[in-house]
Design a protein around this ligand. Structure first.
Ligand SMILES: C[S@@+](CC[C@H](N)C(=O)[O-])C[C@H]1O[C@@H](n2cnc3c(N)ncnc32)[C@H](O)[C@@H]1O
Length: 252
């Protein structure tokens, strides 16, 4: 499957969700689509705790697989970048944490998601949140300008994860950190699953083996890797691999 086909399928999948979905949380409402549900019997969508209910109601579409903002050590004055920001849930939480002098920027490649996030920004009245169009493999962000990167259930969707990590390294300030919640596999995912576009968009086929994910993170130059949360998913039937969500922090 060509990279452009994977990207197109992801844009269509999340464009449709942005245009039609209400806020949704709980089992079977993660980034899996209807057709994934025979593969994943329980998709985790972590509950946001101690977060403004209005933000959750407006911007949580149940697409995340962790709560990276809870582990990102956000402080007033920081500039935060959220990769694949969707309807903006983690951008708004970060924007509040770094106010009044800091700001949070979300990047997303799907027009409908950007439209929804920008509408949410107006509705919630959060002025230090911004949403930029772009691909996280080639970020429209100046080098060395970001204090914290966060991301929630997005890197698994990208065909070139090494490129994403090298971009993350480029845009962070020296000493800056990322905290990413994402899906990884435990063991390699077979090729027939890897080639299924629906399962890519559903956060399954693109998941990298956990050890490989840690290896390419170190290869990109990051240090002090720490997994602060890890949750296995229950997969239906007999599969040769497992899936888990991890929240990983590392330092430039
Ligand atoms: C599973 S959703 C997660 C949204 C959000 N992080 C959340 O937790 O609600 C994935 C999002 O990442 C975006 N996305 C996927 N691949 C991307 C890429 N390569 N560059 C930029 N955005 C991407 C999609 O458009 C979608 O909005």
């Amino acid at each position: 499957m060509a990279i452009s086909d994977i990207k197109q399928s992801i844009k269509e999948h999340y464009g449709k969700i942005a245009a039609t979905s209400g806020s949704c949380c709980g089992p079977n409402c993660g980034c899996s689509s209807e057709s994934d549900k025979d593969v994943l019997s329980v998709m985790m969508s972590d509950e946001y705790t101690n977060v403004d209910e209005q933000i959750v109601a407006a911007a949580d579409l149940g697409l995340g697989c962790g709560t990276p903002t809870a582990f990102a050590d956000l402080k007033p004055g920081m500039t935060v970048l959220d990769l694949g920001s969707g309807a903006g849930i983690d951008v708004f939480i970060a924007a509040k944490a770094v106010a009044p002098t800091g700001k949070a920027i979300g990047i997303d490649m799907t027009d409908e998601m950007l439209k929804r996030a920008r509408a949410n920004k107006i509705k919630l009245g959060i002025s230090n949140a911004e949403f930029w169009k772009g691909e996280i493999e080639n970020m429209p962000v100046e080098s060395g300008t970001i204090d914290r990167i966060i991301s929630n259930c997005v890197i698994n969707l990208t065909p070139d994860k090494r490129k994403v990590l090298s971009e993350m390294y480029r845009v962070l300030k020296p000493g800056g950190k990322f905290t990413v919640s994402d899906i990884v596999s435990i063991g390699d995912i077979p090729n027939d699953i890897r080639r299924n576009a629906e399962l890519w968009a559903g956060c399954i086929a693109g998941a990298l083996d956990k050890e490989e994910f840690l290896r390419i993170t170190r290869d990109a130059g990051f240090n002090n890797l720490m997994i602060s949360a890890e949750k296995p998913y229950h997969l239906e039937g007999n599969t040769s691999f497992g899936l888990a969500s991890i929240t990983l922090t590392a330092t430039k």
